[in-house]
Design a protein around this ligand. Structure first.
Ligand SMILES: NC(=O)c1ccc[n+]([C@@H]2O[C@H](COP(=O)([O-])OP(=O)(O)OC[C@H]3O[C@@H](n4cnc5c(N)ncnc54)[C@H](O)[C@@H]3O)[C@@H](O)[C@H]2O)c1
Length: 109
């Protein structure tokens, strides 16, 4: 069974990750993406069977069809998304930076 990945942020690097998961990885599929630019989000999963656009990253994290989360939204959003994943012990990969200020970095730590 494949690991079902939810991707938050479908811009430059998020789009790269989605293409990599789709074209180069075995054992993983993208099942959900979230981005305020919903057109970009939809385009990023064009042709990805069974994948959907979710309105909010926090909703994506809590979905039962998302086993692991990939965060590729702007840095200032990382701490909230990371802490949400850690709270429910959902595996997460986050692009750098961890946070954009010391208080947020400690919140994640
Ligand atoms: N581009 C790179 O090579 C690279 C390399 C390493 C790390 N990063 C990091 O990855 C992150 C994204 O960089 P990028 O270059 O892809 O930027 P980008 O501007 O191309 O893409 C960011 C995307 O996130 C979306 N977004 C904004 N707020 C959001 C939210 N609340 N929820 C979900 N999506 C949201 C934007 O609409 C946009 O589509 C940054 O933290 C950056 O520092 C980028």
């Amino acid at each position: 069974m494949s690991i079902r990945i939810g991707v938050i942020g479908t811009g430059g690097i998020g789009g790269d990750h989605i293409r990599r998961i789709r074209n180069s990885l075995s054992g993983a599929v993208v099942t959900a993406v979230s981005d305020p630019d919903t057109e970009r989000a939809s385009a990023s999963i064009d042709g990805v069977q069974g994948a959907c656009v979710v309105g909010d990253g926090l909703d994506l994290i809590n979905r039962s069809d998302v086993d692991a989360v990939l965060i590729a939204s702007p840095g200032a959003t990382h701490a909230d998304f990371l802490t949400a994943c850690l709270r429910i012990r959902k595996p997460v990969f986050c692009e750098k930076p961890l946070a954009t200020n010391v208080a947020d970095a400690w919140r994640v730590f």
